[in-house]
Design a protein around this ligand. Sequence first.
Ligand code: AP5
Ligand code: MG
Length: 241
Amino acid sequence: MTLSVTEIENGREAVQTTVPGPILLLGAPGVGKGTQAKELVKLWAIPQISTGDLLRFHKANGTPLGAVAKGLMDRGELVPDDLVNDMVADRLGKPDTARGYILDGFPRTLNQAGWLDTRLAGKAQEQSLPVVAVSLKVDYNQLLRRITGRRNCPVCGTIYNIYAKAPKVEGICDVEGAALVQRADDTEAVFAERMKAYSALTEPVVEHYRSQGRFVEVDGDRPIEAVSAGIIAAVKRLRAT
Ligand code: AP5
Ligand code: MG
């Protein structure tokens, strides 16, 4: 699907007028959740809360949570719900979430979704808008290409791709000049395990939010800017209902 100029303009206008509230970015490994979250952060000045990034931080810093998470993440399995929910609760308690936030990769089990729904239902109406859920879709072969082609800056977190979003100098971050790295779980074998976990545990979460309304499925197999424009237009539309 190609967006018309009007749809893109409507998306831009939404930036000025929409209080974004909580936005969930759902979708398979490599679908573009992190890439799109960073675009929305720039537009709306609300934080990206990526449970994968938070867990990698714990892993890199050798915290007790990181020690539990390491083996599971390296095998492509999910970290236990209670640990992840506590980590998210801690992050949502920070004041920068007041106007909204982008949850990238959470919830990804029905237990996590139930926990989040209960937490938000307990907030006074004026403090919390209901979630808007965006599910990104890209086919399996394209996901595999994105995962194996991904490179990250270890300093600023910019996400590159050797096929689709290459840095100006091979292997070097455009912003920081640091040597780019590959994630430990970005191998074909671990990707297959992550996809199994996604199908078994996270697809039911997508259906949960689809059935609640304030849900949109966005074709992620388009240029990054077109996907962003689609998400922005959808959030504006869903916030107006
Ligand atoms: P996490 O880090 O969340 O990994 P993931 O869900 O597998 O998703 P990715 O980060 O791999 O992909 P993405 O959708 O962010 O894509 P990106 O924008 O980078 O989780 C890792 C692990 O942590 C889990 O396996 C689990 O163990 C644990 N974990 C995390 N959350 C948990 C939870 N809630 N509960 C339990 N355990 C949890 O893009 C990918 C590539 O594609 C990049 O190279 C990018 O440049 C490129 N790209 C992006 N958009 C486009 C486009 N439109 N066109 C072309 N290329 C594009
Ligand atoms: Mg990510």
